[in-house]
Write a protein that binds this ligand. Structure first.
Ligand SMILES: C[S@@+](CC[C@H](N)C(=O)[O-])C[C@H]1O[C@@H](n2cnc3c(N)ncnc32)[C@H](O)[C@@H]1O
Length: 259
């Protein structure tokens, strides 16, 4: 799932493979040689971990025997698994490129995983060197690998946190200090929602990350809204024809309420 807090024109359809390959293509690979970060002090290598399994399926080296065995078993049960992981990763790349081309320059990547080829920050920064990317994952190997890869680039941060605690994520200095939530932010939740069981209320969790018209609506409680209600400003009783694109680009909502 991928959400951007700003509507805009549809992304152009590029097929050059930059920022994401074609379906089934190997688009993500980290060799063991590149995995030169020390393993976290106490990784749990007795249980498979999804971040490391995913890394293995993508051809990476940040995984352990227990992860590889689990991934192999899963692949036996579902032979499409490896290809599916690569297709998903390729989608992420294409989607980020699409967003970057639309001018989105802030990304909050929830469940970012172990760094591999075509990372969000690489794509975003290629399009806009001033872009900001905040990675969030709770898996220590993923976090350490990301920190090691990124160094001290002030445009990118890595936060070890559970995305089911959005208030903690959003208030973390590495997120709050990097991302300006007063401006459009792409909230990426790719390959992660199926890890949140219904008992975790995944829709509610993601809802906290959204800063949309729904957050403005409570301020208007008790008012009778004049038609057309709370809308993007260009769409409020326009004096001339307004395209959806123009309206979305404003990214400003407004209403007239009567008590
Ligand atoms: C399948 S990987 C997807 C990685 C990346 N988003 C991508 O699409 O290439 C899922 C990632 O979500 C992380 N994850 C799962 N549940 C999480 C949670 N509650 N909080 C933070 N990270 C989580 C895992 O550690 C793993 O790195």
């Amino acid at each position: 799932m991928m959400e951007v807090q700003r509507k805009g024109p549809l992304c152009d359809d590029h097929r050059d493979g930059a920022g994401g390959g074609q379906a089934g293509e190997v688009v993500a690979r980290v060799t063991s040689a590149r995995w030169d970060e020390p393993v976290p002090a106490d990784p749990d290598v007795t249980h498979p971990n999804v971040a490391r399994m995913y890394d293995y399926l993508l051809g990476g080296g940040a995984n352990f025997a227990v992860d590889r065995e689990a991934a192999d078993a899963a692949e036996t049960a579902w032979p499409y698994l490896r290809q599916g992981a690569r297709i998903q990763r390729a989608f992420l790349g294409r989607a980020v490129r699409c967003l970057a081309e639309q001018g989105v320059d802030q990304f909050l990547d929830l469940g970012s995983g172990i760094p591999t080829a075509g990372n969000v920050h690489e794509i975003a920064l290629r399009h806009n060197p001033a872009a900001r990317v905040a990675y969030v994952d709770y898996e220590p190997v993923a976090v350490q690998a990301a920190r090691g890869m990124l160094g001290d680039d002030p445009r990118v941060s890595v936060t070890q946190a559970d995305i089911r605690e959005p208030d903690a994520v959003l208030s973390a200095p590495t997120v709050a200090g990097l991302i300006d939530f007063g401006r459009p932010v792409a909230v990426l939740a790719v390959g992660i929602l199926h890890f949140l069981p219904d008992t975790d209320d995944p829709a509610g969790v993601l809802g906290v990350y959204r800063r949309t018209v729904e957050q403005i609506r409570p301020f208007l409680d008790g008012y009778r809204l004049v038609d057309p209600g709370l809308v993007l400003l260009p769409l409020w009783r326009p004096d001339y024809p307004v395209s959806d694109t123009h309206a979305a680009e404003s990214n400003i909502y407004g209403a007239v309420g009567v008590l």
